[in-house]
Structures are given as structure tokens and as C-alpha cells.
Design a protein around this ligand. Structure first.
Ligand code: COA
Length: 452
């Protein structure tokens, strides 16, 4: 809802200059989005941070707009521009597909750009993609006139800085994330004071069956057994990271360097298990690009000096990741073939998610001193009826982590180490941790094809 500047509760200005500018740029959302023209490229702050009021205002103008391209990774929340009937007006170009855009992408109303997360923001920095208008959602300014990008710094700061026009939803619900995470009001062209709760990512499904939860638990224990005291962690998206965190309470001096932070880590920080003391890069800090979680995370990070947020081209740069000794990267997959090719972004030709930061962190961890790149997945899908360890990937499946990059693969049945192993050794290792119902057919294939 629209608020007065007083209600927005800005910090007391240290000087009047920026405040004057701030006041002169205040408009309603409908006035702000009038600057969008047909054919424009728009970048949107993604994740749970999306400026929903600005999106709604842009879509209210649909009849005046044609061929507007909208770039971002997944956004949690309603995305009206991907709905049927919007094709003529808007085309979403996804760097990472979410549940709410999956049908749009696979039905042709939206498109997918396969790209490492470390390079999404570089597309704008290098001018490979241009942005006419950036839609951002920021905290009210501090006394110096700086607004924080809050829970998503990584994916938006660089593209916004390269945009011709920046429209900001000034939202008191946005926490003040610290680090390289601010934009000054002087750099914003239109300011829309509008308070609304941030989106939240549902945590582990409480309705999941007991068997499913047991499987995740075993994976969590197996992965945790690989994590030594003093390690620095990156956790990917999905149910598996949370099951790993459950088994880290007796570890010591863990650190975090991750593209994404979520609720699951908070208890470990509060207990002092995660303290960053042994980190070789940014010691003592949780270094992250964005947060996908609930209000618990948003409150936790607000003005919290343990956090240092940075643009994604820094966070995910494999060379930066590798500077963390004992870097452990934990990511998941949809399928892995017997040679170690990891598919994580599609089910055959059906595009499912994206490359994200998986390869950035797998490579970073493999070059880190004492590092461990881990792919953790359930051995089967759909109640044990489909094996995820497969003779060959489904036709059309996208290899995200190549068989040259893969090291550890973990399921509920154990840990396979593929790095430095022959195809035959890999096949044996993977069959050992496959679901028992499929081991015979996998062995048969491996005998016929790879002569194991
Ligand atoms: N064949 C058919 N269906 C399969 C399948 C397979 N091999 N593997 C999984 N599925 C189905 C599951 O049954 C589930 O379907 P449902 O939603 O109807 O239950 C769905 O696909 C998702 O599978 P699940 O194993 O639950 O995925 P997840 O939520 O744990 O996410 C990835 C796993 C791989 C999609 C996710 O980690 C990802 O997108 N990774 C790539 C990017 C990345 O790693 N980034 C790094 C950090 S964010």
C-alpha cells in the first residue's frame, strides 16, 4: 500500500540534498512504469525480493505495450506477464525457471537462457544484454541516502547499475542487508513508496511421507559425514540442503560462502557452529548473493554484520569460491548417467530449472585446497518407480555438471567418488549407490556397453 514518507520511517537524513532529490522523484507505481516502452528490455529483482507492485503496475499497462522482454532468474510469487494471452505484450526470458514459469517456458510463452549464475550479471556488465528499465525493491534510505537491495543483492545490483532507468519500490518490509548491497537514491530515477510483505519460499514440505523424509535424512547424514570441521559451505536449492544442515550441529567452526542463504542455516549460526572463524576468504562473514527463505531469514539478516552480500559475478566466480579452503559445495540433480554426466535443469526436453550456480561452485570447490564438490540426490523419483542413476540421460536432457567436473555423488545408499576414476569404475561406484530395484538392469547395461 502507498505510504507517506513519514510512515516509510526513513533514517534521519545527515544532509538535506539527497532528501530533496528523494522527494522530487516520488511517484505512484502507475506513473513510474509509464517510462516503459514497447520493445524495451526490463530486468527485475528476482527471488523473494521481487517488486510486486511495480510488476502489477507494468502489467496494468499491457494494452499499451508490445514485445517487452523481461529478464530474471526465478521469482517466487505471481507473474502475470507469463499467463496465456500476454505473449504479444511481454516475453519472459528466464535465466532460471521456477515452478510458476515452468509451464510458460515449456508452452512457448516464455524462453530459457542456459547460463552459469556467475555470468548472468556479467551479460549486463559486458553489454551482451542491455537493460532499459530495472524494477527493484529496496529498503527505505539510511541517513546518507543509501537503500539496501536487502534479500537479493547478487542478481540485481550490477544489471540495475547498467540500466538506463531504475524504478525502485521503497518497501519498509525489505531488510537492510549489508555488504556491497546498496544503491543511492541519486541513482534511482523513480521512487514508489509502497509497503508489502516479501514473498517467502515454503520450507521442507511437512506433508511429505515418512519414507520420503527418511530418504532425505539418510542423504543428509551421508553428506554430513563428508564435512570436516572448519569447512566453508555452499548449499543449493531443494529439500536436500535442509536435511544436511540437520546433521551439522556437532561440527565446529563452519563457514558459509554461498549464492543462496536460507532459514536452515540460522540455528547453526545462533549456536556458533557457523562462525566463519576458519574461513580463508572473508573470515567471520557469511558471504551470500541472495536469500530465499521466510521472514525468519529476513529478520535475521536485517542490519546483521555477520552478513556480507555481493553481486553474483563475485560470489559465484569459481576462482573466488576456490579461495575458500575446504570449500564444500552441495548441489542436487535430476539424473546422472553411469559415466557421471549430471542433468539438473531438465527432464528430457522439458525444461525444469536452470544451471544456476551448480557448476560455479562444483568447479570452485574442486580447486579449493581440501575442497569437496558434492552432487546429492535421491536414488529414485516418483515413489521408487524411476531411477535417477540411469544408463543414459533422457533424450534432450541438459548436462549441467559434466563428467569431467563431477567428484562426489551421494544418495541415501552411500557415497560414490568419481574423480580420477575410469568409466568402468564410475559405473560400479554409481550402481552401488543406486536404488536396489534398478541395480541389476544398470549392471546389465554397464556389462554390455562398458564391459565391466
Ligand atoms: N525423472 C522423472 N522425474 C523426476 C526425476 C527423473 N529422473 N527426477 C526428479 N523428478 C521429479 C520429482 O519426482 C519431482 O516431481 P514432483 O514435483 O512432481 O514431486 C520433481 O521432478 C523435482 O525433483 P526433486 O528431486 O524433488 O528436485 P529438487 O526440488 O530437490 O530440485 C534440482 C533438484 C536439480 C531441480 C535443483 O537442485 C536444481 O534446479 N539444480 C540446478 C541448479 C543448482 O544446482 N543451483 C545451485 C544452487 S541454487
Amino acid at each position: 500500500m502507498t505510504m507517506t514518507t513519514e510512515e516509510i520511517k526513513m533514517a534521519k537524513p545527515k544532509n538535506a540534498v539527497w532528501l530533496e532529490k528523494y522527494n522530487s522523484k516520488l511517484v505512484t507505481s502507475d506513473e513510474a512504469v509509464k517510462c516503459i516502452k514497447s520493445g524495451d528490455n526490463i530486468v527485475v529483482q528476482p527471488g523473494c525480493a521481487a517488486p510486486l507492485e511495480l510488476i502489477r503496475a507494468m502489467v496494468r499497462r499491457k494494452d499499451e505495450l508490445e514485445n517487452v522482454s523481461i529478464y530474471h532468474i526465478l521469482i517466487v510469487g505471481d507473474l502475470p506477464y507469463t499467463k496465456p494471452g500476454m505473449e504479444k505484450h511481454f516475453k519472459h526470458k528466464a535465466f532460471f525457471i521456477g515452478g510458476n514459469t515452468r509451464n510458460a517456458v515449456n508452452e512457448g510463452r516464455a524462453e530459457f537462457i542456459p547460463i552459469f549464475l556467475s555470468e548472468v550479471t556479467l551479460l549486463f556488465k559486458k553489454g551482451i544484454l542491455t537493460s532499459d528499465v530495472a524494477l527493484i525493491n529496496v529498503s527505505p534510505p539510511d541517513e546518507h541516502g543509501f537503500c539496501s537491495y536487502g534479500i537479493d543483492v547478487g542478481n540485481i545490483k550490477t544489471p540495475a547499475e547498467k540500466s538506463k532507468i531504475v524504478i525502485a519500490q521503497v518497501n519498509p518490509e525489505m531488510p537492510r542487508g549489508l555488504g556491497n548491497s546498496f544503491i543511492h537514491v541519486n541513482k534511482i530515477h523513480y521512487l514508489v513508496e509502497y509497503s508489502e510483505p516479501l514473498m517467502e519460499l515454503p520450507q521442507v514440505d511437512p506433508n511429505a511421507g515418512k519414507e520420503v523424509l527418511e530418504v532425505y535424512d539418510k542423504i543428509g547424514q551421508n553428506v554430513a559425514s563428508l564435512i570436516e570441521d572448519g569447512s566453508t559451505l555452499q548449499m543449493g536449492i531443494g529439500a536436500i540442503p535442509d536435511s544436511v544442515l540437520k546433521y551439522l550441529h556437532d561440527k565446529n567452526d563452519l563457514g558459509v560462502h554461498t549464492e543462496m542463504f536460507s532459514d536452515g542455516m540460522i540455528d547453526l549460526v545462533e549456536e556458533g557452529v557457523i562462525n566463519g572463524e576458519k574461513k580463508t576468504l572473508h573470515p567471520g562473514k557469511i558471504v551470500a548473493g541472495f536469500v530465499l527463505g521466510t521472514k525468519r531469514s529476513y529478520d535475521f539478516l536485517d542490519n546483521n554484520p555477520i552478513f556480507e552480500f555481493h553481486p553474483q559475478e563475485y560470489i559465484n566466480d569459481p576462482f573466488i569460491v576456490a579461495k575458500n579452503n575446504k570449500m564444500v559445495a552441495i548441489n542436487s540433480a535430476l539424473e546422472i548417467d553411469l559415466t557421471g554426466q549430471v542433468c539438473s535443469d531438465s527432464l528430457g526436453t522439458r525444461l525444469y530449472s536452470g544451471i544456476g550456480g551448480q557448476v560455479d561452485f562444483i568447479r570452485g570447490a574442486s580447486h579449493s585446497e581440501g575442497g569437496k564438490p558434492i552432487i546429492a540426490l535421491t536414488s529414485s523419483a516418483k515413489g521408487g518407480t524411476i531411477t535417477k542413476i540411469v544408463p543414459m540421460l533422457k533424450p534432450g536432457a541438459g548436462v549441467v555438471t559434466s563428467r569431467g567436473d563431477v567428484h562426489y555423488v551421494v544418495t541415501e545408499y552411500g557415497i560414490a567418488m568419481l574423480h580420477g576414476k575410469t568409466i568402468q569404475e564410475r559405473a560400479r561406484e554409481l550402481i552401488r549407490i543406486a536404488h536396489p530395484n534398478f541395480r541389476d538392469e544398470l549392471t546389465q547395461f554397464a556389462k554390455e556397453t562398458y564391459h565391466i
